[in-house]
Design a protein around this ligand. Structure first.
Ligand SMILES: Cc1cc2nc3c(=O)[nH]c(=O)nc-3n(C[C@H](O)[C@H](O)[C@H](O)COP(=O)(O)OP(=O)(O)OC[C@H]3O[C@@H](n4cnc5c(N)ncnc54)[C@H](O)[C@@H]3O)c2cc1C
Ligand code: SF4
Length: 339
């Protein structure tokens, strides 16, 4: 049985209190929200905070507010995101991404903020302590080498969050709060392409809120490739959001990819669609551009060459759905659920 290591525990009632504890404890403290990622990582000993600061009792993180767009508290559970009619109707890509995270039980516990701050993953890392010790540790935890590419100077662990690509395609911003004040950053800028140092959030900052711009004129979608329909981390995520003019011409388009880099990838592939209708040729061009920048690594499920090959097909499914094609049969085959 894998046991948790000993740790200190705080349960603040407000963001200000949580930030004060983080500032006082230093980098050995970590926030815990649903714990669905952090707790297994602690059991496997590749994350070992001395102190946990729980966000479960911080009610201000569970607020939803409407304005010209939508503001979502980072403490909302993924189930609450899935059940929100506003999200489903106006930000469909986010709904589809959240609905495909893990299982019902994990979505009941797991939060949107935790999903955005999710640690990167790797076949050689997400193993128990004895397994990792047997092959010798790697540079993300206790070792010096990367087993995926032994000459690599950096860790190539994979960004495996489903909601980040969806929110990036929707143009989301996030708010980060510490004792030094607050700052708002474009979600795409929250991440770095480094499996260890994957997030620009400082250790003393709480991610409090995700804000989405007005959705008028926009349509969005999320397509996920995984081995099992019941649950699995993504081995490819394609999020697309397109703003259409009245005659169907594309005014703006964003395509973001998940699980093909150490960060969720905001591509420029959508730019090739601007000023055009979503014809088969325009869709194929955008698909090829997205495929070009995808760099799957051999540290997650399924063959890497095939995973790169299918990027254009998945971009095609996403864009054809946004143009109004009936993709329900393909969706059922890929996602094994109606979304
Ligand atoms: C079997 C299994 C399957 C899974 N499948 C998927 C999947 O398909 N797709 C997917 O995306 N995820 C998956 N997950 C991972 C996880 O369940 C989700 O990503 C979940 O949303 C994490 O949220 P949490 O609140 O539980 O995060 P926690 O585990 O509580 O925290 C995760 C990280 O985020 C940090 N954090 C949490 N909240 C904040 C905040 N407000 N501000 C700053 N930092 C914060 C924590 O310090 C920690 O580093 C799976 C997990 C398991 C165990
Ligand atoms: S990519 Fe390399 S360094 Fe990173 S977790 Fe995997 S084996 Fe370790």
């Amino acid at each position: 049985m894998m046991r948790l290591p000993w740790f200190g525990f705080h349960s603040p009632r407000s963001v200000a209190e949580a930030a004060k504890i983080l500032a006082g404890e230093g980098p050995n403290a970590m926030l815990i929200a649903g714990g669905t990622d952090l707790v297994p990582n602690m059991k496997r000993r590749h994350q070992a905070p001395k102190t946990l600061v729980s966000l479960r009792r911080v009610d201000e993180l569970k607020k939803v507010s409407n304005g010209s767009g939508l503001r979502l508290g980072a403490g909302l559970s993924l189930t609450e995101i899935v059940d929100s009619q506003k999200v489903r109707g106006a930000y469909t890509g986010l709904y589809q991404a959240a609905a495909q995270v893990a299982t019902v039980h994990l979505r009941n516990m797991g939060t949107l903020g935790g999903n955005l701050c999710l640690d990167t993953r790797c076949t050689y890392l997400n193993q128990n302590y004895e397994w990792r010790k047997a092959i010798d540790f790697c540079m993300k935890s206790e070792g010096d080498i990367c087993w995926v590419a032994t000459a690599s100077k950096r860790c190539l662990a994979v960004s495996s969050t489903d909601t980040a690509p969806a929110l990036i395609s929707l143009g989301a911003n996030v708010k980060l709060v510490s004792t030094q004040g607050e700052r708002e950053v474009l979600l795409a800028d929250l991440y770095k392409n480094d499996g260890i140092d994957y997030i620009t959030r400082r250790a003393d900052e709480v991610l409090t809120e995700i804000s989405l711009p007005d959705s008028v004129g926009w349509k969005s979608t999320y397509w996920k490739l995984r081995r099992r329909g019941a649950f699995d981390f993504p081995v490819l995520g394609v999020a697309a959001a397109v703003k259409f003019a009245g005659d169907g011409t594309v005014e703006e388009a964003r395509i973001a990819l998940g699980a093909v880099s150490s960060r969720p990838l905001a591509t420029k592939a959508g730019n090739s669609l601007i000023g055009k209708k979503l014809t088969d040729e325009a869709i194929a061009e955008a698909g090829a551009k997205a495929q070009n920048v995808a760099k799957p690594m051999d540290n997650t499920d399924l063959d890497i060459y095939w995973r790169k090959d299918v990027v254009s097909a998945f971009v095609g499914y996403a864009l054809r759905e946004l143009r109004g094609d009936d993709m329900r049969e393909t969706r059922m085959r890929i996602a094994r659920q109606v979304l």
